[in-house]
Design a protein around this ligand. Structure first.
Ligand SMILES: NC(=O)c1ccc[n+]([C@@H]2O[C@H](COP(=O)([O-])OP(=O)(O)OC[C@H]3O[C@@H](n4cnc5c(N)ncnc54)[C@H](O)[C@@H]3O)[C@@H](O)[C@H]2O)c1
Ligand SMILES: C[C@@H](CO)CCC[C@@H](C)[C@H]1CC[C@H]2[C@@H]3[C@H](O)C=C4C[C@@H](O)CC[C@]4(C)[C@H]3CC[C@]12C
Length: 369
């Protein structure tokens, strides 16, 4: 691979490059990777904003494709040096079947690895998830843990199961010989709950609040900490890993890194209010307004309704037994592994991350602002 900082020689492929995180990675690569010659954006659904990126000095190639189709992945990857595999089916609401989630997240990842081997692409960065670790089905807290903190990772839901299997495939592929005889170098990044411009669940909560006259109702105790990280910093970690992976293959190959920044430790709901309060919403109650057993019952009822209505309509409320368990179990990280291994420091301070997110909510269509 060319090592001169001046000569743009590298070809990057970003799968899922039109998604929430993918868009930030794509834009940041164009801004922060001077060695970039071509950026291939591979996604099932191509976004119109890609067009405006095509006028810059770097060749931006939009590729409409499906990671579950091995030949499409291999064709897109031929001649690329680095793959950032962020495409995935993020579904904890029952929109897709468990089979589809497995196919996209696990088979899709296997296809990316096989394509690396086949085409001789040597560097693979995988977007994993905190859910590979937990919260587990027993609801054990993970309090400010790091990559080495012992934790019983037991999953039943299709999404965390698929992310755990996919991550394992990526880590096991580290060192495998690719076409040309050189070893593949892989690593996995595990974001906690990502927030920032473009976050769909934040959008949903905002609109829910507007429907209830500017009010949201506390359901989770303020003492339950939920890990959050700003999308710009998650993207930045991907850029740094991709940049350093070849030079530091011995140290970084086959490793996992939690994504972290200076976002405060709070409950899921209190954290959201950091952005929604300045946009005119209020969180009602200092304690949960409903007893936990009633929430469990409502979540179970939602799951039952989803099952009963499936032949007629797709009913996918935010509250289900899985989302309740995730929101109600402390899971936060405190680590400096990324700093030690590849010099990561958050690009955006908490104040900047917050300001950018608030600005995005305020600009949203139908805003109360
Ligand atoms: N959002 C979070 O809080 C969060 C947290 C941890 C990890 N992650 C991981 O980050 C990655 C990106 O998540 P996101 O929140 O940006 O989700 P997203 O849904 O916004 O983006 C995923 C992208 O992948 C694309 N995609 C889906 N199926 C595809 C297929 N078969 N072939 C090609 N492209 C396909 C989608 O079109 C979309 O553009 C995922 O792998 C997810 O598991 C997300
Ligand atoms: C009980 C409700 C009362 O207001 C709150 C329900 C909130 C849930 C919809 C979300 C709580 C935690 C979220 C998840 C978490 O931030 C981490 C994730 C990992 C990532 O890989 C995918 C997204 C998600 C599962 C995220 C989804 C939404 C929550 C469950």
């Amino acid at each position: 691979m060319a090592d001169s900082a001046q000569v743009p020689a590298l070809v990057y492929l970003v799968t899922g490059g039109c998604g929430f995180l993918g868009e930030h990675i794509v834009r940041m690569l164009l801004e922060w990777e001077p060695r970039l010659r071509e950026l291939r954006v591979f996604d099932l659904h191509l976004s119109s904003w890609l067009e405006e990126l095509k006028t810059g000095p770097v060749q931006v190639t939009a590729i409409q494709g499906d990671v579950t189709q091995a030949h499409e992945v291999a064709a897109a990857m031929a001649g690329s040096h680095v793959v950032i595999h962020t495409a995935g089916l993020v579904d904890v609401f029952g929109k897709a079947s468990p089979e589809t989630i497995h196919k996209v997240n696990v088979q899709g990842t296997q296809n990316v690895i096989d394509a690396c081997v086949q085409t001789g692409t040597r560097l693979l960065v995988y977007t994993s998830s905190m859910e590979v670790v937990g919260p587990n089905v027993k609801g054990h807290p993970f309090y400010r843990g790091n990559e080495d903190t012992p934790y019983e990772a037991i999953h039943r839901h299709p999404y965390p199961c698929s992310k755990a299997l996919a991550e394992q495939l990526v880590l096991e592929a580290n060192g495998r010989k690719v076409n040309g005889g050189l070893p593949l170098v892989t690593c996995a990044l595990r974001p906690t709950g990502i927030y920032g411009e473009g976050h769909q669940v934040m959008r949903d909560f905002y609109h829910q609040g507007l429907r209830f006259g500017g009010r949201l109702f506390r359901a989770i105790p303020a003492s339950v900490e939920h890990g959050r990280v700003y999308v710009g910093n998650v993207a930045w970690m991907h850029i740094l890993v991709a940049r350093e992976l070849e030079q530091r293959a011995a140290l970084m190959g086959g490793q996992v890194y939690f994504c972290y920044d200076k976002s405060p430790y709070k409950s899921y709901e209190d954290f959201n209010m950091e952005f929604l309060s300045p946009c005119g919403l209020r969180l009602i109650g200092t304690h949960p307004l409903l007893p936990y057993w009633l929430l469990v019952l409502l979540a179970a009822l939602n799951a039952l309704l989803q099952w009963l209505l499936r032949p007629l309509v797709l009913y996918t409320p935010l509250l289900n037994p899985y989302t309740l368990a995730v929101a109600n179990t402390t899971f936060t990280v405190s680590t400096n592994k990324a700093q030690r291994h590849f010099g990561y420091k958050p690009l955006f301070s908490w104040e900047e991350s917050r300001a950018r997110t608030i600005h995005w909510v305020q600009a949203m269509e139908g805003s109360a602002w």
